[in-house]
Design a protein around this ligand. Structure first.
Ligand code: SF4
Ligand code: SF4
Length: 214
C-alpha cells in the first residue's frame, strides 16, 4: 500500500500542481486535506515510535491493497483520483491501470495496484493514508485491523477531524459549527462510497477519450 517512507516527517510536505490547482480550485482544497491527513498520520507514527514500535509498511508491501474491500472514498477524493489517472499517469503505468480499471469487476485487488505499488500514490484516499501497521508486515489475506488491532496506527484525531472539516468546504457547508457537527457525529461518512464498488470502467473510458484529444 505504501511507497517507502518508513517514518514520515512531522509536518509532511503538501503536493503542488500549480497550473492544475489554478484551473481547478477543488484540487487545491483536496491537496490541503491530504496534507492535514498526512500530518495526522505522521504525528501518530512518531507517537508510537517513541514508545518503541517500528513501522512495518514499506515499498513493495501491498497485501492490504488486496485484502481491504471496504476502502471509503469521498467525492472530492474521487475527483482527484479521476483527474490524476486521466491527466497525469504516463506510460507504461497508464496502460496497466486502464486495463485493470476495465477488468475491475473480475479482479480481487484494488485496480490501482500495479507491481505492488499504488499507481495513484500522490492522490490515494485518506483511508489508505491512515492505514499503517507496526511490528511485522501483514500476511497475505490478513487484515491487521481485526487480527492485531493494537499494531494498527490510530492517527491523531484532532488533525484527522480537521482534514474532514476542511473537506466539507467542498460540499458548500459554510458554517464551521455545522462542519464540526457533521464530523463529530460521523455524518460526514455518509458521503463516502466504497472504492471497490465504484464503476471504474467509466474512468478507463475517460482516460481513453483524453488520449484521443491530447
Ligand atoms: S504492513 Fe500491512 S498495512 Fe503496511 S503496507 Fe504492508 S500490507 Fe499494507
Ligand atoms: S488506492 Fe488502492 S493501490 Fe492505492 S493505496 Fe489504496 S488500496 Fe492500495
Amino acid at each position: 500500500m505504501k511507497q517507502a517512507i518508513p517514518i514520515l516527517p512531522i509536518a509532511p510536505t503538501r503536493s503542488h500542481f500549480p497550473a492544475d490547482e489554478a484551473r481547478q480550485p477543488w484540487l487545491a482544497l483536496l491537496l490541503d486535506v491530504q496534507q492535514l491527513t498526512d500530518h495526522a498520520v505522521s504525528e501518530g507514527i512518531q507517537r508510537e515510535t517513541r514508545k518503541g514500535k517500528t513501522l512495518a509498511c514499506a515499498r513493495g508491501c501491498a497485501s492490504c491493497c488486496r485484502t481491504h474491500t471496504d476502502i471509503p472514498v469521498y467525492p472530492l477524493e474521487l475527483m482527484g483520483i479521476a483527474w490524476y489517472a486521466t491527466e497525469k499517469l504516463a506510460a507504461p503505468l497508464r496502460a496497466h491501470v486502464q486495463t485493470q480499471l476495465q477488468q475491475h469487476a473480475t479482479r480481487d485487488a484494488c485496480p490501482f495496484l500495479v507491481d505492488e505499488a499504488c499507481a495513484i500514490h500522490p492522490l490515494r484516499p485518506m483511508a489508505c493514508r491512515h492505514f499503517n501497521v507496526f511490528g511485522r508486515q501483514c500476511a497475505p489475506g490478513e487484515d491487521a485491523f481485526h487480527s492485531r488491532r493494537e499494531a494498527v496506527l490510530t492517527p491523531i484525531k484532532a488533525l484527522k477531524d480537521k482534514a474532514l472539516r476542511v473537506m466539507l468546504r467542498h460540499h458548500d457547508i459554510k458554517s464551521e459549527t455545522e462542519r464540526r457537527r457533521q464530523v463529530e457525529t460521523g455524518e460526514v461518512h455518509r458521503l463516502a462510497q466504497s472504492l471497490r464498488d465504484l464503476r471504474w470502467e467509466t474512468l478507463a473510458a475517460r482516460m481513453a477519450a483524453f488520449d484521443k484529444i491530447r
